[in-house]
Design a protein around this ligand. Structure first.
Ligand code: UGA
Ligand code: MN
Length: 326
């Protein structure tokens, strides 16, 4: 019988070359080490795949554990119905979605929860609490009043504080609970870095606010790590000449001082002081944002949209569909 030598090229016409029985080479013997290698590599691959699967599965758990270890930031936002409300809330929500461990307390200046805010929060993807309380008529700005005439959002922030205090009452370790409270108006602009700056607030932390008080920025002035005075263009003698956006307080401090709240009758510029006065002294303030040298929040204000054409069209019965939420 003709045998095939290793390396010889069999022609397709060669019937012998095509017949496996004609080959002398004992394949089972040759393939032994190859099979073993393949089986070893298969085992290795399986082991690595298992390892990867386990690592992937424990990732969310690791993330959850890391998150649970850091203090929650409770953001209290007063808000009221107007044409730009949904736009403002959208901008805010989409910032907050990037902040770990944040709980949004939205307080509507209204006698009831509105469908717009209710649906908005439900689909926001954020952890939230939805509250409401109307500003009493005699304290509310009326159409045509200058915006500085009466404080805005005072009752709503107090309602947020009431909820926080009551929600915690009766919870074990309530007075030592880690947490930070920040009052975020719905029209300002917030950098993500700001939230990490405030997260380890012990009592009251402070930082600059951009585009406020008719200035490029207002800020606490820091010397030797302590706040010694305030850079502001108006009444620096106020107890705390700070904008609402320029400080955060610890949950512990608010729980320990049950009566601390905003005075809805405070004269212009004294709203922040009415709350902070009973809580800290200037030298206890914790300066953040590189010793108050960085602006991480801006007191932006949204222009009221003009509705001249809408009104003209409405008169002709051709106004925009009111069923479309804006
Ligand atoms: C400045 C400060 O940044 C505010 O924190 C402070 O409350 C206000 O002055 C004041 O002295 O009362 P400003 O931009 O003039 O803020 O105020 P707005 O942004 O018009 O209002 C502050 C917050 O209160 C906003 O979140 C707004 O939605 C809410 N607000 C306003 C109400 O809940 N009801 C209103 O009738 C008006
Ligand atoms: Mn504002």
């Amino acid at each position: 019988m003709k045998t095939l030598k290793t390396g010889s090229i069999a022609s397709p016409q060669d019937p012998i070359a095509l017949s496996p029985v004609s080959q002398r080479c004992d394949c089972s013997e040759h393939d032994m080490p190859k099979d073993r290698t393949i089986s070893r590599l298969r085992g290795e691959l399986h082991r690595l795949q298992e390892q990867m699967r386990k690592a992937e599965a424990s990732k969310p758990l690791q993330k959850t554990l890391a998150k649970a270890a850091q203090p929650t930031i409770y953001v209290i936002t007063p808000t009221y119905a107007r044409l730009v409300q949904k736009a403002e809330l959208t901008r805010l929500a989409q910032t907050f979605l990037h902040v770990p461990q944040l709980h949004w307390i939205v307080v509507e200046d209204s006698p009831h929860k509105t469908p717009l805010v209710t649906a908005f929060l439900a689909s926001s993807g954020l952890a939230y609490t939805h509250l409401h309380t109307p500003t009493p008529r005699d304290r509310k700005l009326q159409e045509g009043d200058p915006s500085w005439l009466k404080p805005r959002g005072a009752e709503q922030r107090n309602e947020g504080l009431r909820w926080l205090r009551e929600d915690r009452r009766g919870q074990p370790g309530a007075d030592t609970q880690l947490g930070v409270i920040y009052f975020a108006d719905d029209d300002n602009t917030y950098s993500l870095q700001l939230f990490e700056e405030m997260r380890d607030t012990q009592r009251v932390s402070v930082w600059p606010v951009g585009l406020v008080g008719g200035m490029r920025y207002e800020r606490p002035v820091v010397e030797g790590g302590r706040v010694v005075r305030f850079h502001t263009g108006w009444r620096p003698s106020r107890p705390f000449p700070l904008d609402m956006a320029g400080f955060a307080v610890s949950l512990k401090l608010v729980i320990a001082n049950q009566d601390a709240c905003f005075d809805g009758d405070a004269p212009m510029g004294f709203l922040e002081s009415s709350f902070l006065q009973g809580l800290v002294t200037m030298d206890e303030l914790e300066p953040k944002a590189d010793n108050c040298t960085k602006v991480l929040v801006w007191h932006t204000r949204t222009e009221k949209p003009k509705m001249k054409r809408e009104e003209a069209l409405q008169k002709q019965g051709l106004g925009s569909d009111t069923a479309v939420e804006v």
